[in-house]
Design a protein around this ligand. Structure first.
Ligand code: CO
Length: 312
C-alpha cells in the first residue's frame, strides 16, 4: 500500500527490526500475502467484478490463517493506489491495467505486496518497467546502502524504459500494526541520506507511469483508519469508533462496516468520525495527467543478501 509523500513532515516511527520474537509471525504474514496475491491475480479477467475479487482475496487471507493489514485494493488504469470497492460497487473488468495490492498481518506483523495485471495486452513494457525497477531496488536493500541510492536505481530503470516513476508515492517501513513508518523508500533519487540497517523490513513499491509522475487525491474514499479517540455525538459514529478499535489502527474498508448499519447512516457516521479528527481517509490516488500506472511491490528484509519475504 503506497505511502503518499506530502512533503510536510515525516511518517512516524522507525522501521521495526525482525527479531527471533517476531520472525515466525512476520514470515507467515508475508507468505500468506504472496499466496493471496497469486490467487487474486488469477481472478483478474474480463467480466469479473472488482468487488467479488476483493472479497474472494480477503476470504482467502482468513482461510490461510492471516488477518487483513488493509483492505484488498484494485486500482485501475490511471488510478495508482487506494482504490477499494464499496459494498455497492458493480464495476466489471474489461481491458484495464489492474493493480492488486494486498496486506496481511499475523499478530500485527505485516506483509505488503502488489502486482499489475494488463488485461489489454497493450502495456507489457509499462508493467515490466515497475517489475524491473523492483528487482533492481531489492538488490540494493543491504546494510549501509543509502535510501537515495535505492530510489535512483528505481528512477533509472523506469526512465530507461521510457516511463516516469511516481515521485510522491513511496515504499515504507513496516511495524507492528503500522503500515507506514519511517524511513520511506523513495521511487527517485530524493537525496535521502538515511542508510539501511540489517534486519529492517520494508515494503518496496515502484510505480511507473506514461504520465508526468505525480498522483493527486480524489474524493470518495472507501478506506479509513482510526487515528485517535475523540468524543462522538452521533450514535452511529460512537458505535463505529468502538467497533473499529479491533483494527488496532490499521486501515479498514467501509465495505466491511456495511453489515453494522444502513448505508445512509454509515456514510453519516464516517463523515462525523472524519470531521472530529478521530478517523483519516485514504482517497484513491490518480496520476495527475491521467497517465497509465503500473506497480510492483514486495516486502523485503535488509541483509547482505536481501530477502524477498513475499516471493511466491
Ligand atoms: Co505498501
Amino acid at each position: 500500500m503506497g505511502y503518499l509523500n506530502t512533503g510536510g513532515g515525516k511518517s512516524e516511527g522507525s522501521a521495526n527490526l525482525m527479531t527471533d520474537g517476531n520472525r515466525e509471525d512476520w514470515e507467515n504474514a508475508c507468505r500468506i500475502a504472496a499466496q493471496a496475491l497469486d490467487y487474486g491475480c488469477g481472478l483478474i479477467r474480463p467480466g469479473a467484478k472488482v468487488r467479488d475479487i476483493a472479497e474472494s482475496v480477503e476470504k482467502k487471507i482468513l482461510e490461510l490463517g492471516g488477518q487483513m493489514a488493509f483492505p484488498a485494493q484494485l486500482s485501475l488504469d490511471s488510478t495508482a493506489a487506494h482504490s477499494c470497492p464499496d459494498v455497492n460497487d458493480a464495476t466489471e473488468l474489461k481491458s484495464e491495467l489492474v493493480k492488486l495490492d494486498i496486506g496481511v498481518h499475523v499478530n500485527g506483523w505485516i506483509g505488503d505486496n502488489a502486482r499489475t495485471v494488463d488485461l489489454s495486452g497493450q502495456h507489457a513494457a509499462l508493467v515490466k518497467a515497475s517489475r524491473d525497477a523492483l528487482e533492481a531496488a531489492v538488490k540494493l536493500m543491504r546494510p549501509e546502502v543509502r535510501l537515495a541510492e535505492v530510489g535512483r536505481a528505481i528512477q533509472e530503470t523506469i526512465s530507461a524504459a521510457g516511463f516516469a516513476p511516481i515521485r510522491n508515492l513511496s515504499g515504507h517501513g513496516l511495524g507492528q500494526y503500522m503500515v507506514h513508518i519511517a524511513p520511506n523508500v523513495p521511487n527517485f533519487d530524493s537525496g535521502e541520506r538515511t542508510v539501511l540497517q540489517e534486519g529492517q523490513v520494508f515494503a518496496v513499491e515502484p510505480f511507473a507511469t506514461s504520465g508526468q509522475g505525480l498522483v493527486v487525491d480524489t474524493s470518495n474514499a472507501t478506506i479509513f483508519s482510526i487515528v485517535q479517540q475523540r468524543p462522538q455525538r452521533d450514535a452511529g459514529a460512537k458505535q463505529l469508533l468502538e467497533h473499529c478499535a479491533h483494527y488496532n489502527g490499521l486501515p479498514f474498508a467501509a465495505r466491511w462496516l456495511a453489515p453494522l448499519m444502513p448505508q445512509f447512516r454509515l456514510s453519516l457516521a464516517l463523515r462525523s468520525l472524519q470531521s472530529s479528527g478521530a478517523m483519516r481517509a485514504y482517497p484513491p490516488l490518480v496520476e495527475k495527467t491521467r497517465g497509465l500506472v503500473s506497480q510492483a511491490e514486495y516486502t523485503v528484509l535488509v541483509k547482505d543478501k536481501p530477502v524477498v519475504l513475499t516471493r511466491s
